[in-house]
Design a protein around this ligand. Structure first.
Ligand code: CP
Ligand code: NVA
Length: 304
């Protein structure tokens, strides 16, 4: 890997992305050698989680190592002791840190102070592990990523940002439809377009335009963790951005994707999630294998 950490999808090169996806496919098919025997991953989570916590724990077990879960209110990072001390103490005891934080800067500060790899397990800015599992899911269902079209309908949030970067690096064409005021930023777009890999990013205000001719339609919650006080306001702004039967009729062959948890009746209907073309539970399952690939590359001596 070009970086010792995975704080952002931007830490990965196009070759890294391909290697993660192909390694994950091989591990899913053939099982994994215990390359992390004797190694421990600390899970340092400031926000709730089902998929990310369990998939990291299972991935470490599958690789012969173990994970230890640390609750934010126990560690009280930045309050009971500074981030720099938490990072240095953990560096003396474990072999990697997967951190789920509010401020993205917390992940960067951990990476700055830790002598061990730091993996972003979701911050307000990015969700790289989710998106690697999503690429794996697309690769399984479409056969290849290069040249594939992916449409995202909804909030220009952490998941959308990581998808935009990952799409360019994987050579995919990514279209993002968001309401005014909730788009990816011009800086995000500029960054994505400057990446190698050959993919593209397009912004639109029209969900119908975004999904036309696409291979997959992806959405995420309108209200992310930490934004709960904005939920009512957001429901009004996102009116017309629901992934439902009407929208999906414009993309008859498209897969339906969601990182979960979903708010059925808001960004997506229950019918769309339960439809035959929904791959949401494949995405969840693939968290294990995408993270096994990342962990084996970052934490196993001699493989980095
Ligand atoms: N998709 C995802 O990251 O789920 P959790 O918040 O449950 O970990
Ligand atoms: N955008 C969502 C993703 C949850 C997995 C959030 O940050 O809450």
């Amino acid at each position: 890997m070009q970086s010792p950490d995975l704080t952002s999808i931007l830490d990965l090169s196009p070759d890294d992305i391909e290697r993660v996806v192909e390694t994950a496919i091989a591990m899913k098919r053939d099982g994994s050698a215990p390359v992390l025997r004797g190694r421990t991953l600390a899970l340092l989570f400031e926000k709730p989680s089902l998929r990310t916590r369990v998939s990291f724990e299972v991935a470490m077990t599958n690789l012969g190592g173990r994970a230890t879960y640390l609750e934010a209110h126990q560690v009280q990072m930045g309050d009971r002791e500074p981030i720099s001390d938490v990072a240095r103490v953990l560096s003396r005891m474990v072999h990697g840190i997967a951190a789920r934080t509010f401020a993205h800067q917390t992940v960067l500060d951990l990476a700055r102070w830790a002598d061990i790899p730091v993996i972003n397990a979701l911050s307000d800015l990015e969700h790289p592990c989710q998106v690697l599992a999503d690429l794996l899911t697309l690769r399984e269902h479409l056969g290849a990523l290069r040249g594939a079209r992916l449409a995202y309908v909804g909030d220009g949030n952490n998941v959308a940002r990581s998808l935009a970067f990952a799409s360019v690096l994987a050579g995919m064409d990514f279209t993002c439809a968001s309401p005014e005021g909730f788009e990816l930023t011009p800086e995000d777009i500029e960054r994505a377009r400057a990446l190698p890999g050959g993919g593209s990013v397009t912004l639109t205000r029209s969900p119908a335009e975004a999904v036309s001719g696409t291979a997959a339609v992806y959405t995420d919650v309108w209200t992310s963790m930490g934004q709960e006080h904005e939920a009512n306001d957001r429901r009004e702004h996102f009116d017309g951005f629901q992934v439902n039967a009407d929208l999906l009729a414009r993309a008859p062959a498209a897969l339906v994707m969601h990182d979960l948890p979903a708010h059925r009746g808001e960004e997506i209907t229950g019918e769309a999630i339960e439809s035959e073309r929904s791959v949401v539970f494949d995405q969840a399952e693939n968290r294990v294998f995408a993270q096994q690939a990342v962990l084996s590359m970052l934490l196993a001596e001699g493989l980095a």
